[in-house]
Ligand binder design. Structure first.
Ligand SMILES: NC(=O)c1ccc[n+]([C@@H]2O[C@H](COP(=O)([O-])OP(=O)(O)OC[C@H]3O[C@@H](n4cnc5c(N)ncnc54)[C@H](O)[C@@H]3O)[C@@H](O)[C@H]2O)c1
Ligand SMILES: [Zn+2]
Length: 364
């Protein structure tokens, strides 16, 4: 018998920078040129972002002698699928993109997730740059390296971990967002306040009107804190073995609500409902206090986000939906729950807390 060992133990440095700068969109091409990231660039975007920002970006690349092609697909979550991913890859193959290429993901989370996944698999992996243009993408999806597409069996089921080479955030791009999209991102920022930063939570309590009037300083502040918090969590636990689970606050019940509504309730709305419901569970279990929960409910209401599970959803349906979620462990429902605003509870060093179905039935 011959045993041959393939030694692959190595440490790889996947660190990257998140640049947050007003007006940075016009400097990105020069920075990429200077870094020598690649010879050919696929600027992947969607049909809404293309006319707003992709053309200027492409021109800036060309001015810097960086060969590039805009690949734009129809906007919308329903297009974050394998068919569109293959179509993008075919565009790149036909355009003779080789291993010396790089991907630029310009858009919201849909673009970032699908373009990141293309980058993860095209010629077995290309570097990619995230240029997030929604609040959700700035504070959440562009950081952390999770890339994926949806399937008829569920969202984000096919994908890869692939960290970007860099993230460039230009707050100016957020000025064209609808108020609804600001609210979507705000739900995640409220979550960051609860899981890790009571000062951010207070900032939101005091400055919501500035955020809704697209004040660049206020937006930049919440983006900066959101990125810092997500980066810190991902740094410590990239593969979600423990700490990274805290990012799922509001998402266990939230995903169930989102699913049961057939996606008529948006993600931000669903996690707002989820944070309140999970908060109520934490209070019922004696882990959290009523005064903090009331503060959370008030802030969510002030942001014009919902706090109540719709009447047409029963607790049984919600429990069944949670058990099907890819985050549940062997049918047992697990959640992360707050201890105070700014800190999550741990049991025996673990953030994931197993919850009895009876308590869920009682509370929701
Ligand atoms: N990878 C992760 O870790 C992670 C985390 C959170 C969310 N996500 C994913 O992100 C997606 C949601 O992201 P999203 O909320 O950004 O959705 P999205 O990408 O669909 O963007 C929302 C809408 O805004 C438009 N848009 C984008 N930028 C704009 C701009 N600057 N001005 C005007 N319109 C603009 C888009 O075309 C779209 O119609 C989901 O697919 C979700 O699964 C991934
Ligand atoms: Zn979320």
């Amino acid at each position: 018998m011959t045993d041959i060992r393939v030694n692959l133990k190595k440490t790889e440095d996947k660190s990257y920078n998140i640049f947050i700068q007003d007006g940075s969109l016009s400097h990105i091409a020069a920075k990429i040129k200077e870094a020598g990231l690649g010879h050919k660039f696929a600027i992947i975007t969607d049909s809404n972002v293309e006319p707003l920002y992709a053309k200027d970006l492409s021109e800036a690349f060309s001015k810097n002698d960086l060969s590039n092609k805009i690949i734009s697909f129809p906007a919308g979550e329903e297009n974050k699928n394998r068919t569109i991913k293959s179509w993008i890859e075919d565009q790149m193959l036909e355009g003779k993109f080789g291993r010396d290429s790089a991907v630029i993901a310009l858009g919201g989370g849909v673009v970032g997730d699908i373009a990141g996944y293309v980058a993860a698999s095209y010629t077995r992996g290309l570097p990619y740059v995230q240029i997030p243009t929604t609040l959700v993408a700035c504070v959440d999806s562009s950081i952390g390296g999770k890339t994926a597409v949806d399937t008829p069996h569920g969202k984000n089921l096919i994908g890869a971990f692939h960290q970007p080479w860099a993230v460039f955030i230009d707050v100016n791009t957020l000025l064209t967002l609808s108020e609804k999209e600001i609210r979507e991102g705000l739900a995640e920022v409220i979550k960051y306040g609860v899981i890790s930063d009571n000062k951010l939570f207070s900032f939101l309590e005091e400055n919501l009107d500035l955020i809704f009037s697209y004040n660049k300083e206020a937006l930049t502040h919440i983006i900066k804190r959101g990125c810092e918090i997500k980066a810190e969590v991902v740094e410590k636990d990239e593969r979600e073995s423990n700490l990274r689970k805290i990012l799922n606050f509001g998402h266990t019940i939230g995903h169930a609500v989102e699913n049961l509504s057939n996606y008529n309730i948006s993600h931000g709305e669903a996690i707002s409902i989820g944070m309140v419901a999970e908060g109520k569970l934490a209070v019922e279990m004696g882990i959290w206090n009523d005064a903090d929960l009331t503060k959370l409910i008030n802030l969510i209401k002030k942001a014009d986000l919902p706090t109540e599970i719709p009447d047409y959803m029963s607790s049984g349906q919600i429990i069944d939906a949670m058990k099907l979620d890819k985050k549940s462990r062997s049918g047992q429902i697990e959640m992360v729950l707050p201890k105070s605003i700014g800190e999550m509870s741990q049991i025996d060093g673990g953030y994931g807390i197993k919850i009895e179905e009876q308590i869920i039935e009682k509370v929701i």
